[in-house]
Write a protein of this length. Structure first.
Length: 273
């Protein structure tokens, strides 16, 4: 039974108060994720644990040192993290603090598509063979282990450089996850399908093979013809234009960047089912 004078309005205020605090904390954690501030938070957590231990064990010297650190710590943090604090205040002033995550995902998606399309066009014009597999829902761990770890940010320069002929990594497939080149020189299973044209080489058979055992999207650049092809769900689509490649990548990668999947309603002819 609620106490006297406690109204539904007071209850709603408490709920809104708690919800706002948790939301702001969540956005702050998302904001500093991947920055050096995360390491700082870990350090603070360790200091708090040491302080609690020293309190229960009555370690007076340790307590005194930590108490001094607590007194002067906030000033030191402001000095050390002045750039991060300034950036956060600027984003709040622009009203972009609370929409930062969504915009970042859109930017990553656009950058990933642009890097892949630019690289494929560059290699197609110069007849540089390439095999690029993009992980989606099916885990590619077994195939990643067959190659050389890269774990580098995806750029069209890096992706192109990997496939330059007569370099250590040019043979095999590159596996990409979101905006990261995970590994290069990976071995993919060759398709045994009798319906693949005899004029197609090992890259196309490997692309078909991986599409038969996973939902990965694979792009092939032919060194004989300079044409670009795609495979997904055991289907091969040849001679794809730059605009079509961009469209396919966007439709198939949106789910990987935190957006609602649209794959079930899309076929390779570019029409909704």
């Amino acid at each position: 039974m609620l106490g006297e004078g406690f109204t539904l309005f007071n209850l709603l205020k408490i709920i809104v108060d708690i919800a706002l605090v948790w939301y702001v904390l969540y956005k702050l954690i998302m904001f500093i994720r991947g920055t050096k501030a995360i390491q700082l938070l870990k350090g603070i957590f360790v200091v708090v644990i040491i302080y609690l231990i020293s309190y229960f064990l009555n370690l007076q010297t340790v307590q005194a040192i930590i108490e001094q650190a607590i007194v002067w710590g906030p000033l030191a943090l402001i000095i050390l993290f002045q750039p991060e604090l300034r950036r956060a205040l600027e984003q709040i002033g622009r009203g972009s603090f609370f929409s930062r995550n969504r915009r970042s995902k859109e930017e990553l998606l656009n950058q990933t598509i642009e890097a892949i399309v630019k690289s494929c066009n560059y290699m197609a014009k110069r007849r540089i063979g390439a095999l690029i597999t993009i992980e989606r829902e099916t885990n590619m761990g077994d195939f990643i282990e067959t190659g050389i770890p890269i774990h580098g940010q995806l750029t069209n320069q890096l992706l192109t450089n990997i496939f330059v002929p007569n370099t250590p990594l040019h043979d095999g497939a590159v596996i990409i996850k979101e905006n990261e080149i995970v590994a290069a020189a990976c071995y993919l299973p060759l398709s045994e399908s009798p319906f693949i044209s005899k004029e197609l080489g090992t890259r196309h058979r490997a692309a078909m093979g991986i599409s038969e055992v996973s939902d990965a999207l694979t792009i092939i650049v032919s060194e004989e013809t300079g044409s670009i092809s795609c495979t997904k769900n055991a289907e091969l689509h040849r001679d794809i234009t730059e605009e079509r490649l961009t469209e396919i990548l966007r439709k198939n990668l949106e789910a990987n960047f935190g957006k609602a999947p649209t794959l079930k309603s899309w076929n390779w002819r570019g029409k909704k089912r």
